[in-house]
Design a protein around this ligand. Structure first.
Ligand code: AMP
Ligand code: MG
Length: 366
């Protein structure tokens, strides 16, 4: 691709008006802009332009039936995107927006099949990020924006990886450093009697239950099993995979036991909490404290990309309890992993089999 992005540095909490105006003009004229949200970086285009949205699919190499989340900056804008919202749902949305929660609605006639992958429903959220909200506002149109990574690759929570990966595929990149939350939004389908979690994300199910009542959590949303029929189209595709084999340790104990095996130090990189990595005799990428799952969430995607840059042949990652943010963290880890190991001898065997054939993953949704 010949396109070369203009890359601008600015503060995501108090963005330059000049840069915002330039980017808004690109959105209005059908171009692509990479911008921070509170979750991960988004690759945005006008949600009202089918042609512009088509460019998102091309830039990301995204399958056309995996629909885009539409970002709005106001409730007024929501009503341009959706067709008739129940009043009680609006009340609930006022408690979670702006924020990392995506809801499915019946779409309005202004939203094309390109955005929804042919579905009559559209996924919408209002991001909690000053730059993102101002960009949408100035553009005067809702912005369709999936995560700003090439399809199947880890999402991007730091602009330096967006520049590396998309610098020659988009028109404009806001270079604002790390995002606040680091994991994508929680997606729920609130249309039935009991809302269903479609994707675990930055807003925990425990928090959402206070507002939406009971929420059904399936093994699919935990990343444990593949969806037999794709409930949300994104579920059937492979996700987040680093270019180096990543293996999940079945328990914290197994992870710590492996970390003491100095003989693996040139072959293996560990990814775990600062506490679990403390005594490691193998190189370890720290995700922060296990008592602060927000730290872990905000470093998880960057850790996958750091692993790629090491000289190791394989990464071993530690599991986290599936409470609060742990649900979303484990979903991303399972989907990025090629398998699970229970002890040191299994690791030895696995190294003997490297490189694993692509797509061998236990948890991948291909
Ligand atoms: P991404 O923006 O790349 O993090 O992915 C967006 C996620 O939202 C994917 O898992 C999509 O399948 C899901 N999604 C977007 N729009 C819809 C929709 N209309 N119906 C169901 N799922 C959707
Ligand atoms: Mg994505």
């Amino acid at each position: 691709m010949e396109r070369r992005a203009k890359i601008v540095k600015t503060d995501q909490n108090s963005p330059s008006a000049e840069y915002l105006e330039e980017a808004a003009e690109i959105i209005r004229s059908g171009g692509l802009v990479v911008f921070p949200t509170e979750t991960v970086y988004g690759l945005g285009a006008s949600a009202f332009s089918s042609e512009a949205c088509l460019k998102i699919f091309q830039a990301k190499n995204r399958p056309p039936d995996n629909p885009l989340i539409v970002h709005v900056s106001s409730f007024e804008m929501l009503f341009d995107v959706v067709d008739c919202v129940p009043a009680d749902l609006i009340q609930k949305l006022r408690q979670v927006w702006p924020g990392p929660v995506t809801i499915l609605f019946n779409r309005s006639s202004r939203i094309s099949d390109t955005v929804t992958g042919g579905s009559g429903r559209v996924a919408v959220r209002m991001p909690d990020n000053v730059l993102a909200l101002s960009l949408i506002d100035r553009s005067g149109v809702p912005i369709a924006a999936p995560s700003a990574n090439i399809s199947t690759r880890p999402s991007i929570s730091d602009s330096r990886y967006a520049i590396e990966e998309l610098g020659d595929r988009v028109d404009y990149i806001f270079d604002c450093g790390p995002t606040i939350l680091g994991i994508e939004s929680t997606i729920i389908d609130a249309s039935g009697d009991i809302p269903v979690l479609l994707r675990a994300g930055s807003k925990s199910v425990e928090e959402l239950r206070k507002i939406f009542g009971d929420i059904q959590v399936t093994d699919v949303s935990r990343g444990l099993v593949e969806s037999p029929v794709a409930i949300t189209p994104g579920m059937k595709y492979r996700h987040y995979a680093p270019k180096k084999t990543l293996i999940l340790a079945n328990s914290r104990e197994t992870f710590v036991a492996l970390s003491a095996e100095e003989r693996f130090k040139d072959t293996v990189t560990l990814i775990g909490s600062s506490e679990a990595c403390e005594m490691a005799k193998i190189p370890c990428i720290s995700l922060g404290s296990e008592d602060e799952l927000q730290e872990v969430a905000s470093s998880i995607f960057s850790s996958f990309r750091e692993l790629e840059k090491t000289g190791s042949r394989i990464g071993i990652i530690m599991p986290f309890p599936e409470k609060g943010l742990g649900l979303a963290i484990m979903n991303r880890i399972r989907k990025a992993s090629s398998g699970i190991i229970e002890n040191v001898s299994e690791l030895q065997n696995l190294i003997g089999q490297l490189p694993l054939p692509d797509g061998r993953g236990l948890f991948r949704e291909e």
